[in-house]
Write a protein that binds this ligand. Structure first.
Ligand SMILES: [Zn+2]
Length: 298
């Protein structure tokens, strides 16, 4: 298969974690012309075994920024647009591209991607790894969409990242990248949902749901009707709280104690604050996270 056609293509990748960095690596190497990489998080030591693009010295830095630097080293011709932000209904136009790749670890963002892509007639590829099982599904505008399959995310939020093996991640992102290339080059792509369980590939037929809101044009996530201000992140007891943009320099003067500055974000005790007003807070409950946020930001 000739990859020449990829040079004129633009791909948006949401999430620069384990799957996102591997998929981005493969697409940059294959010669995709432009990649928008959107990620809200920073690099942590405990994730390095799965996030193979990052090393110890990158800990504390935003994932998107470090990933851009490393991807440029792999293929300097691919244009990389790194965005440190939480994808939400207000900035969903960041997804503008020929193809969107879901490399997130949460359902709310996936429902938003689904709404955006459905409305704008853009294809996207869902990829997830839970424990050692990977899943990939191509969501093409006229086929069954993500919300046709998963309607209620609260019961599905089983995203404990403990024990996710790096080999399962590599297999899943390889499949996602190869499907992405096929869709971009208008080749025959996989229509079923594919599950990778150790050495087995299982194909699952999916059907349109007649009651699917997104298919009916009711874009609840894209209009902001649905979506939460506080979000539990995968893995540990970590919450993301959203607020208004913060002047980090001014805030640093006010904070007493050990504050580490990484330009795009600052780390203070168990809190990481981003310029766009988000905070990632280690806490036992969402209420506790919210109260820590208001204590610091007001
Ligand atoms: Zn649907």
């Amino acid at each position: 298969m000739s990859y020449l056609g990829l040079r004129s293509k633009k791909v948006a990748i949401v999430g620069a974690g384990a799957i996102g960095t591997n998929t981005a690596k493969l697409l940059a190497k294959a010669g995709v012309g432009s990649i928008t990489l959107i990620d809200r998080d920073f690099i942590e030591l405990k994730n390095l075994q799965r996030q193979t693009l990052f090393t110890k010295k990158d800990v504390g830095m935003p994932k998107a920024i470090v990933a851009k630097k490393k991807l440029k080293e792999l293929n300097s011709k691919t244009k990389i647009n790194a965005i440190v932000a939480d994808l939400n209904y207000k900035n969903a136009s960041l997804l503008s591209s020929n193809l969107v790749l879901d490399c997130t670890d949460n359902f709310e963002t996936r429902f938003l991607i689904n709404d955006y892509c459905k409305k704008n007639g853009v294809s996207w590829v869902y990829a997830a790894v839970i424990r050692n099982i990977g899943t990939v599904y191509n969501i093409i505008p006229d086929n069954a969409c993500f919300r046709c399959i998963f309607n209620n995310h609260s019961s599905l939020e089983t995203c404990d990242t403990a024990g996710v093996s790096n080999t399962a991640v590599v297999k899943t992102s390889s499949l996602q990248a190869s499907e992405a290339i096929k869709i971009l080059l208008k080749k025959k792509y996989e229509k079923n949902m594919v599950r990778i369980n150790k050495q087995q590939l299982i194909k699952l037929k999916v059907k349109k749901n007649r009651d699917c809101k997104s298919c009916k044009g009711d874009y609840e996530y894209l209009t902001g009707k649905k979506g939460s201000k506080v979000l539990k992140l995968c893995g540990t007891n970590t919450y993301q709280v959203k607020g208004k943009p913060i002047n980090l320099k001014l805030l640093m003067k006010k904070l007493k104690g050990n504050v580490k500055n990484f330009d795009y974000c600052i780390h203070f005790n168990k809190i990481t604050l981003f310029k766009d007003g988000r905070a990632i807070i280690k806490a036992n409950s969402s209420e506790k996270a919210k109260s820590i946020y208001s204590r610091i930001i007001g």
